[in-house]
Design a protein around this ligand. Sequence first.
Ligand code: HEC
Ligand code: HEC
Length: 213
Amino acid sequence: MTSATKPGRKSPLGALVVMAGTLLAAQDCAALDVLAAQGLSRQSGCLECHSVYQKKNGPAWKDVAAKYHGEAAASEKLYKHLTTGRKAKFDDGHEENHPIVKTSDPKRIQNLVDWILALPVAAPVDVGSAEKLAQQSRCMKCHAVDVAKEGPAWKDVAAKYLGNVGAEDKLYLHVTTGRKAKFADGHEESHPIVKTSDRDRINNLVNWILSLK
Ligand code: HEC
Ligand code: HEC
């Protein structure tokens, strides 16, 4: 499960890449090749500025999908966006050419477009694996998805970070570094860290938490 990500480079989609394929196969989403789409987006450097769930320099791709939902020309429009390098406007107001995909294979490009437009359904986190890691790491002693225990309900954590730039990185650090956590009764102790060093599994857990509603 580690091989999809280059060591040392944090890929927010790493876990999804590995797992989404299996899930999709199970869901029988015929034409869409999620692994290929995510591979192409990584290879093309898209993940420097984009992630599925969070806004970075560029919009979260699930928000792009929402924006274009039901729009007939969406596919054509995005295809053009990803192949022509038209000017893109950044939040700080500057403009630069939007990068284009590093392939000229129309099938691969169309597949990436279809995947983005199908989000977030086409990028399921591997819930089973996330829950298992949380169990193994004894997170559920203090957390639950829906209700606050000693720690906050994870769906409230997701709500708090919704649309927050860098949320993935922040939570990744939170669950790997053991910084001090403040408890309701006022005492502080080191927050437990996850019991794995597998980046893909950790990213998957973080993405799962951030996707909770
Ligand atoms: C240097 C940062 C950067 C990189 C790298 C980047 N993008 Fe973007 N992208 C942006 C910004 C900023 C926007 C929003 C502004 C705009 O569309 O004018 C955007 C918008 C988009 C949109 C939405 C377009 C729309 O019509 O709403 C999609 C889809 C997208 N990018 C896909 C990709 C893909 C695929 C790649 C890799 C080939 C990529 N981006 C690489 C910064 C980037
Ligand atoms: C001993 C109780 C305890 C355990 C065990 C625990 N946490 Fe927490 N967690 C807390 C408390 C308390 C907070 C809120 C205070 C804080 O973040 O300073 C918190 C906050 C969080 C947050 C929100 C951080 C933020 O920036 O808002 C996340 C995500 C989280 N925990 C994940 C985990 C994961 C994953 C595990 C298992 C590796 C875990 N926790 C184990 C007590 C715990």
